[in-house]
Ligand binder design. Structure first.
Ligand SMILES: [Zn+2]
Length: 493
């Protein structure tokens, strides 16, 4: 049985708002049916429209980073999690970082309780999170304009001047000599050199940082330092005018991609079999499973193993190392995503999901029914008045109904605006073209349908991409292991 925290929010501003007790009741039923145990409750009751600090919500997010009893947050509906889809996506992402999942008792979420994923949900979440990163920074900058004059004017606000820059009259300028070294480090790393080799090269030339030789950690920090692409973050806000860019965004992202990939291989505490449920044996057709074993030298090895072989069936397929197979799949997916035609196709799929969401009229239907009911009551009261029944009660009732009608009309207006909140295909493409670098695991989960393993080749079948081996000649879509290992040698540490 898993443990959950219930989060409920009630604002009396909203008509038809399910009471906290009602939300909790529905969630308790859901928990009982799904083998969940509610061990903690967080409740926000907003008494006025402006009082929307959501103290309990912030507490819940803060607790999710601590060692708590629960790993599921159960809500009545997803909208408890933010005032718009971007806020919801960002808050979900925060939970996810702390290895907690969000489950709604009444709506589909991207995570199912059994750990599997809803494809539609993932697609949209990725888009929203990506878009949020791209555009909310810009938005928040706009709203804080005037408050942070110096930062907005791009003036240096004190502290240590980062490597590659100098400060002249409060303005950050490029220190050309150091910037050239920064560019060189990025280029060498992108070309496949490992950190140790780069440092050896710098030492050989006597190049130092603050008088000391470069260290591995500081080199990695430098490779992830966003100022080098002109982005400066302070208190969750982003400033674009403070630091001039030293390297291109493309180079920076390519480096980020390689670091993420290398890190994946090195991570040992938490082994994530990326191809779980998607990887099959090319000879007997059975699924392959992640396994680990200890080599004679005492090193733990991770690999995929044919389940036929495990059960003693006569299959003599090899047992490929996990990292090798996964890196080939990541590389191949990287290539798929670099192809404009493929990008368009995947973006179209995302757009179809988005359109479906946009056209989800369920809330609107409720509101329109409500409006019609009020209007009917209103016209009944009017008829009564016309037939001469005008008492204090009918007058009060009339005023009450008119006020309700106004309220529901403004809600319909808000809902209409929400559904008009459109994402453009261009925005989706822009996001997708960076997603494989930022979230390789999620993108593979999303895009790779099936991987078939032979001794000397892999077949990778993609969702949304037509050039998979299904409808092409035998060799199409198959990647020879030799070709890939050559490619990988460049990138492996
Ligand atoms: Zn097999």
């Amino acid at each position: 049985m898993r443990s959950a925290a219930f989060y409920g929010r009630f604002s009396c501003e909203k008509q038809n708002e399910q009471s906290i007790e009602g939300q909790l009741r529905v969630c308790q039923q859901f928990a009982a049916q799904n083998d969940l145990n509610i061990v903690e409750t967080y409740i926000d009751r907003a008494t006025t429209g402006t009082n929307d600090n959501r103290v309990a919500f912030q507490q819940m997010l803060a607790d999710s980073a601590k060692p708590v009893m629960w790993d599921v947050v159960l809500v009545y509906a997803i909208d408890r999690f933010g005032r718009n889809s971007i806020e919801v996506a960002i808050n979900k992402q925060k939970l996810k970082k702390n290895k907690k999942i969000l489950i709604s008792a009444t709506q589909r979420t991207s995570d199912n309780l059994d750990g599997s994923k809803n494809l539609d949900g993932i697609l949209l979440e990725n888009v929203y999170i990506g878009l949020a990163e791209y555009y909310s920074a810009e938005l928040s900058q706009k709203t804080t304009r005037g408050m942070k004059e110096n930062r907005l004017k791009g003036l240096f606000c004190g502290g240590k001047v980062p490597y590659g820059y100098k400060v002249v009259n409060k303005r950050v300028l490029i220190n050309e000599e150091e910037a050239e070294i920064v560019r060189q480090i990025f280029k060498e790393y992108a070309a496949g050199k490992v950190a140790r080799e780069i440092i050896e090269g710098l030492n050989a030339k006597g190049i130092k940082r603050n008088g000391k030789p470069f260290a591995i950690n500081s080199l990695y920090n430098l490779l992830r330092f966003e100022n080098y692409i002109g982005i400066y973050r302070h208190n969750e806000e982003v400033y674009y005018d403070t630091y001039p860019a030293i390297v291109s965004k493309e180079l920076f992202e390519e480096v980020g991609y390689i670091i993420a990939k290398n890190k994946r291989g090195a991570r040992s505490a938490y082994i994530d079999y990326l191809l779980r449920g998607k990887i099959y044996c090319g000879y007997c057709g059975k699924k392959m499973h992640g396994e680990s074993g200890t080599s004679k030298s005492g090193r733990v090895m991770y690999y995929y193993k044919c389940s036929g072989k495990k059960r003693g069936l006569p299959c003599d397929n090899d047992i490929p190392p996990k990292e090798r197979i996964e890196n080939i799949v990541i590389d191949s997916t990287h290539r798929v995503m670099s192809n404009q035609e493929n990008l368009e196709m995947i973006a179209d799929a995302v757009m179809r999901v988005h359109e479906k969401r946009i056209h989800d009229r369920s809330i609107m239907t409720i509101l329109i029914n409500e409006r019609d009911t009020i209007q009917k009551s209103l016209s009944n009261v009017m008829k009564a008045i016309e037939s001469g029944i005008l008492t204090a009660t009918t007058k009060a009732r009339l005023e009450e109904l008119e006020e309700q009608l106004e309220q529901v009309k403004s809600k319909i207006q808000i809902e209409e605006n929400r559904t008009k909140n459109h994402i453009s295909k261009e925005q989706v493409i822009e996001f997708l073209s960076h997603a494989i670098q930022k979230q390789p695991n999620l993108m593979i989960n999303l895009l790779v349908q099936k991987v078939v393993v032979y001794r000397d080749k892999l077949e990778i079948y993609y969702n949304y991409v037509p050039s998979s081996p299904h409808d092409q000649s035998d060799e199409e879509g198959a990647i020879s292991l030799d070709e890939c290992s050559r490619l990988l040698k460049i990138r492996s540490p």
